[in-house]
Design a protein around this ligand. Structure first.
Ligand code: UDP
Length: 315
């Protein structure tokens, strides 16, 4: 019988790509999502495969019959505009949802992977960020609901590993982009692509000198699959170390879309990290992983997806 994986947040951007890749590799997949930020359109094409979808809010008890080999806990809002609109569900899924997902892994004697985030480093005082850095997070700022929930989730995951012996792993995901991000996601890459394709102004927050490092979805998924197969229980950064300013990525998107949109400047959100770049030495050493997809290639694939989405939306 094929190994059975449960993915919380399976209808989301990363969750749906994980589901698809695991199905391609012969796993049986159970996807759970309450569709708050997820979308069934992301998983509709998996309907005739070894895929079971359950609409459920994982902050409540997860009851599932039969064996489970791996639990991937991906359910969470992940865009700064979501944290502002739904702060309490964001806190609950990171805290209570992680507890429930770990409980399922413990009951089924399954491996567990927590989708953590570079946000645990906050507005970092160490650059680039290594896993050993404890971070600089404002607990009561607008991003605190996400950052602190994920920090709690890491503590809970580590406790389940230490005290219950669950084979629990933590991936700290840095900025990731690709097809299936929402058009109204609010994050930089989908905003800029949608704006460029519609001929609207690109909204750069602040003066655009803040930096991020963008990883394409297929690279991220490969990193997570290697982490599942590894024997480490230490947190591992997965991201692309190619750092750039937000102004640079806006210009890159303008060039690749052949857009005549202009760049306009808007207020920088509160607590917006000044810099972010993963140190991926641990992923290189333990997982023999590094990103392969170039920014131009990844952005082109993402632009194609958004072009099609916008055509579908207008017909
Ligand atoms: N950003 C921007 N314009 C937008 C959306 C985001 O300039 O329309 C900036 C944002 O202020 C941040 C960076 O782009 O400095 C990345 O933001 P995103 O929301 O993608 O994710 P974050 O890395 O902040 O979680």
């Amino acid at each position: 019988m094929s190994a059975r994986v449960v993915i919380t947040g399976a209808a989301g951007f990363i969750g749906s790509h994980l589901a698809e890749t695991l199905l391609d590799r012969g796993y049986s997949v159970v996807g759970i999502d309450n569709l708050v930020t997820g979308d069934v359109a992301n998983i509709a094409h998996l309907a005739n495969r070894d895929f079971l979808f359950i609409e459920h809010d994982v902050t409540n008890y997860i009851y599932l019959d039969g064996p489970v080999d791996i639990v991937l806990h991906w359910a969470s809002p992940a865009s700064p505009i979501d944290y502002l609109e739904i702060p309490i569900p964001t806190l609950k899924v990171g805290a209570l949802g992680t507890h429930k997902a770990l409980g399922l892994a413990k009951a089924k004697d399954a491996k567990f992977v927590l989708a953590s985030t570079s946000e645990v480093y906050g507005d970092p005082l160490e650059h680039p960020q290594k896993e050993s850095y404890w971070g600089n997070v404002n607990p009561i700022g607008p991003r605190g609901v996400y950052d602190e929930a994920k920090r709690f989730a890491e503590a809970m995951t580590t406790a389940y590993h230490r005290y219950h012996g669950v084979d629990a792993k933590i991936v700290r995901i840095f900025n990731t982009y690709g097809p299936r991000m929402r058009i109204r996601d609010g994050r930089a890459v989908p905003n800029f692509i949608a704006q460029a394709l519609r001929g609207e102004d690109l909204t750069v927050y602040g003066d655009g000198s803040q930096t991020r490092s963008f990883c394409f979805i297929s690279d991220l998924v490969n990193g997570v699959l290697r982490l599942i197969d590894s024997d480490t229980n230490e947190p591992v950064n997965i991201g692309n170390p190619q750092e750039m300013t937000i102004g640079q990525i806006a210009n890159e998107i303008l060039a690749l879309t052949d857009s005549r949109s202009r760049i306009v400047y808007r207020d920088l959100p509160v607590d917006d990290p000044r810099v972010r770049q993963p140190d991926i030495s641990r992923a290189r050493a333990l997982l023999d992983w590094e990103p392969r997809v170039t920014l131009a290639d990844g952005l082109s694939q993402t632009i194609e997806y958004f072009r099609q989405k916008l055509v579908d939306a207008s017909t």
